[in-house]
Design a protein around this ligand. Structure first.
Ligand code: NAG
Length: 93
């Protein structure tokens, strides 16, 4: 995504959080059943330049919005604050 390329991945784990299927890349079922659709999508993106460029561009926008260092730092700080707040209020009760 950082290199303006679409992502072809499996619909499992953290990948589903990062890749928006159909927008920034394409997700496939985990295991054997994902092989044929993956092969078809490799060919599709190799031959459909416009689609590849659009997906790559959207992926790049998403990576900038959500995963760059300062955004991650903000989000981690927010989680830490929340956790500290919760531990503070639970220790008072
Ligand atoms: C991803 O989106 C495509 C259509 O763009 C769809 O055919 C496919 O089933 C979707 N994959 C998953 C894992 O949802």
């Amino acid at each position: 995504m950082a290199f303006r390329l679409p992502v072809l991945g499996t619909a499992g784990g953290g990948t589903t959080e990062i890749v928006v299927n159909g927008t920034t890349g394409l997700l496939h079922p985990i295991g054997k059943e994902g092989i044929t659709p993956l092969a078809k999508n490799i060919v599709k993106l190799a031959t459909h330049v416009e689609r590849r460029l659009t997906m790559g561009k959207r992926g790049h926008e998403r990576v900038k919005e959500m995963f760059l260092e300062h955004h991650m730092a903000h989000r981690i700080a927010a989680v830490l604050k929340e956790v500290l707040h919760k531990s503070k209020s639970s220790s008072q009760s």
